[in-house]
Write a protein that binds this ligand. Structure first.
Ligand code: MYA
Length: 616
């Protein structure tokens, strides 16, 4: 699977070298304002970071208030996540009450029957849902973050008019059908296939999809399938992915029973089958062949919601940890007075602060029309899901034996959280995606420079500025624009270090590209180092921005936020240094070789190799 991923990556790289689509999209004539992408060039692009986005109008805040109160009441008084978990379903009357709050059509414009919330408003409500019941959050998210998002983003007027009112009211539930038995992370390798009927009026769809959230209950599916497409210029026919809107009522659509799972048990996950399903051509989203882009963009556009839900969950867990540690006395003192407990609680708060800062910076940027946020969205998904997992684990640890008991309700949260590191793009694959996409962006810039060097006089500006940059970097000077220009004076120290790290990041990427060239795609140990450094770097600028805002607005929490920011920036900075160093160090390369051998030998032996210490 991963080999296939790499083959595809290689082809993307080759396209880049040949100046095809990637290059057109990201480089020629168009510089992106994405902080994360420019980080790979060692450049500070601040416009999507500073100042922290303030996107809600007073009216939008008011709407949010009106929605938060009943939602909170619903979670406190109506919904019972423990019962949902043990019954493996949400009772119909409870789900109906949830839908009546408008939760199933939050981002659908009012002309189509929804409440037309912005991404930021949606994130805030997602946070509340995630803080109470992750299974219900997944039902709601699978429905609108991805299930009918394709119609919202890419549907034509007729498609929107026909389907959005039904899904917005919750009368119909939606699901997103991408994954197949043979295609998980490698989304392009799906086998479901749709061919055009002889009269050109229908596509005939065959195939099956697995692990589909809302699969057994949905009335409407966004389905991705291969369709043969003929290039009008060359006459060559090739399979390309097309996105279809499929109704459950179309003959040939069926689904399996809900799967038995580790967590999010109340959220029905099922297999969905398509047996000679006739889909009217009007139900193609955008155009035949546009499906892969639709699939990944729908996922990109939903990932901030996951970070927000993770933030809500961490808030709940911190509350529980505080309640327990302040209420329990051991060895003569309250638990919260012990250093090792304080270390855990503080780190829980750090994890939440970074996740929340990322989630709302991304939703704010999306609301103000930023289009290139795929790296940031992936970073927030990885960071949020791993942070929440750590926080849940530590919360249980703080509860000791009590935390392990089902009655404490924490094991459910831990079980529910485990899937968040896997679905909507496994974190391991997203790490490769971040590192490779960023390096392609940096690589394309180096190509431009190479081309400029062929005729230095005609490109004097570029050649001189790039030459200066390298000279400054070689003597340890920072070349990135100082972040200190953008932060509140209280944050200047952290900003200075962060600027140096951005320069170091860009230099390391350049060094890796010149060492490995396109073969960097095979260096996954290194790519993981780079992705981890990028995640910490993005976390750093997000908290610097948020904390600066708090000082600027003179918020009562600003001094506390400064503590959080300073600790995170310091520790993240050390991790970034370590990861960048590891990516280029010969010692680390030796360790990586040894790890590869350990893995290969274990796999060959089909079991753990060392002799048992007892010799038995
Ligand atoms: S849903 C299913 C989850 N599945 C996945 O996420 C699949 C993951 N795999 C992929 O994304 C791709 O296959 C990857 C490889 C990236 C790994 N944005 O040659 P390529 C472009 C923009 O690299 P591949 C689920 O789990 C790329 O630029 N563009 O392709 C249910 C290139 O463009 P061009 C992208 O190697 C969960 C082209 O595509 C992106 O095959 C239920 C080809 O690229 C991107 N991301 O890719 C959750 N990726 O053609 C419920 C690639 O121009 C929700 N490209 O050169 C829970 C929510 C919680 C609550 C919420 C409440 C608010």
């Amino acid at each position: 699977m991963l080999r296939h991923f790499l083959r595809l990556r290689q082809s993307a790289w080759t396209k880049l070298q040949c100046g095809q689509s990637w290059k057109r999209r990201l480089v020629t004539g168009k510089e992106t304002t994405s902080f994360a992408l420019n980080l790979f060039r060692g450049e500070t692009r601040t416009q999507e970071i500073f100042p922290y986005p303030e996107v809600l109008t007073d009216d939008q805040k008011e709407t949010l208030h009106l929605l938060i109160d009943p939602a909170t009441k619903f979670f406190e008084q109506v919904n019972d996540p423990a019962r949902n978990d043990s019954d493996e379903r949400v009772p119909d009357d409870v789900l109906d009450q949830f839908k009546q709050l408008g939760t199933y059509g939050m981002q659908v414009p009012s002309e189509y029957g929804g409440i037309g919330l912005t991404n930021t408003q949606y994130a805030r409500l997602g946070e509340i849902t995630g803080g109470s019941d992750l299974a219900l959050a997944v039902m709601m998210g699978a429905h609108q973050s991805i299930g009918f998002k394709g119609i919202l983003l890419y549907g034509d007027k007729q498609q929107k008019e026909k389907y959005l009112p039904k899904v917005a009211s919750g009368e119909w539930t939606a699901a997103y059908c991408l994954t197949e038995p043979g295609s998980g992370s490698d989304a392009q390798s799906i086998r479901s296939r749709a061919t055009l009927s002889d009269d050109g009026k229908h596509y005939i769809l065959n195939g099956s999809k697995i692990w589909i959230s809302n699969g057994s209950t949905a009335n409407l599916f966004t389905v991705f399938a291969q369709t043969p497409l003929t290039d009008t210029k060359t006459g060559e026919t090739k399979d390309r992915i097309t996105a279809f809107i499929v109704e459950r009522s179309f003959p040939g659509v069926s689904s399996g029973l809900p799967e038995a799972k580790m967590g999010i048990k109340a959220s029905p996950t099922a297999e969905v089958f398509f047996d000679n399903v006739k889909i009217p051509v009007e139900n193609v989203l955008q155009e035949p062949g546009a499906g892969f882009k639709i699939a990944v963009n729908v996922l990109n556009s939903g990932r901030f919601g996951m970070a927000a839900a993770m933030a809500g969950c961490m808030k709940y867990l911190i509350k529980r940890a505080v309640q327990h540690t302040t209420g329990r006395v051991q060895f003569g003192s309250r638990l919260d007075t012990y250093g090792s407990v304080q270390n855990k609680i503080a780190r829980m708060a750090l994890n939440l602060y970074v996740t929340e800062s990322m989630a709302y910076i991304i939703s704010g940027n999306m609301d103000r029309g930023v289009e290139e946020f795929q790296l940031e969205a992936a970073i927030s998904k990885i960071f949020g899901s791993e942070a929440a997992w750590t926080v849940a684990d530590e919360c249980i640890q703080l509860h000791g034996g009590m935390g392990y008991m089902k009655s404490a309700g924490l094991e459910r949260v831990l079980r529910d959280l485990r899937i968040f590191r896997i679905f909507e793009g496994a974190n391991d694959i997203l790490r490769l995606f971040i590192a490779l996409t960023g390096m392609q962006y940096a690589g394309s810039h180096l190509k431009e420079l190479q081309a400029a060097l062929q005729n230095p006089l005609a490109n004097l500006g570029l050649v001189v500025s790039e030459g200066m940059k390298r000279a400054q970097r070689s003597v340890g000077m920072t070349t990135a624009e100082p972040l200190g220009n953008y932060v509140h004076p209280e944050m200047r120290g952290c900003a200075e270090t962060a600027t140096k790290l951005i320069t170091h990041f860009g230099g390391t990427v350049e060094q890796l590209l010149s060492t490995y060239g396109k073969n960097i795609i095979h260096e996954q140990f290194i790519l993981d180092n780079i992705a981890d450094a990028a995640i910490d770097m993005y976390g750093t600028v997000c908290v610097l921005s948020r904390c600066s805002r708090s000082f600027t607005h003179d918020l009562p929490s600003s001094e506390h936020e400064k503590l959080l920011t300073e600790v995170y920036c310091k520790e993240a900075g050390e991790r970034i240094e370590r990861n960048l160093q590891a990516a280029t160090s010969a010692d680390e390369a030796h360790i990586n070789k040894k790890l590869t051998l350990i893995s290969q030998q274990t796999v060959e032996n089909e079991a753990f190799i060392p002799h048992h210490p007892l010799g038995l």
